[in-house]
Design a protein around this ligand. Sequence first.
Ligand SMILES: [Zn+2]
Length: 207
Amino acid sequence: MPLQHLGEVSGQLAEAGSEFHRRGWMLGTSGNLSAIVDRNPLTLAITRSGCDKGRLTGDQIVTLGQGQTPGPEASAETPLHWLLVESQGAGAVFHTHSVWSTLASERCFAEGGAWIEGYEMLKGLEGVVTHEHREWIPILENAQDMAELSDRMASVLDSRRAPHGVLIRRHGLYTWGADIAQARRHVEILEFLFEVLGRSGEESWQH
Ligand SMILES: [Zn+2]
C-alpha cells in the first residue's frame, strides 16, 4: 500500500466531504465517498460508516481490497462503490443525500428515471460536448439489502444510455468519475441540474 498516496487521497476525500457538507449535500453522517488508491492489487479507500462527513479525519477512511468482505467499520454501501468501480471503470465514487436529489428521486420514480436535456451545465459531464445532450438518470427503489440493490443498479447501467449518475428513491445520488476531481465535478453538475429542475416545477421534467 503506497501510504503517501493513501494520505493524499484521504485528504482529498475529506476536502470533498467538507465542501459537500457545506453545500447541504452531505449532512450529518449521510453519504459516503470512495476512491481507488492502488490498481495492482485493486484497492479502494472508503469512508467509515457513522462518521460526520463534514469533518472527516484520516482514520475515518478505511481501505479494502477487491473481493475482500468489508468489515463492520466500512460503509454499509460499499458493494455499490465496488459495482461502479468494476463496471464503469470509476476511480472515485461519491454518494450524496441532498434535498434536490431526494425530491427528484421521488418525482420521476414511477417512470424509472428522468431525462435532462438542453442545459449548458450538462457539458460539465464527462464526454458531453453540447447542451443538446440528453442525459438519462435512472431511479431505483431504496433498499437496505445492499447486494440486492447492487444487482438492480447493475441492471440500469445501460451502456447505450451511459448515465453519469443513479438516483435512489427518497435517498440520494450516486455518481462517479475517472478520478476524484471528475467525480466531484459530476456531483456539482448533477446537483445543479436537480435544483434547477426542482425549482422550475413539474413541467420541466421529461420522463
Ligand atoms: Zn446513502
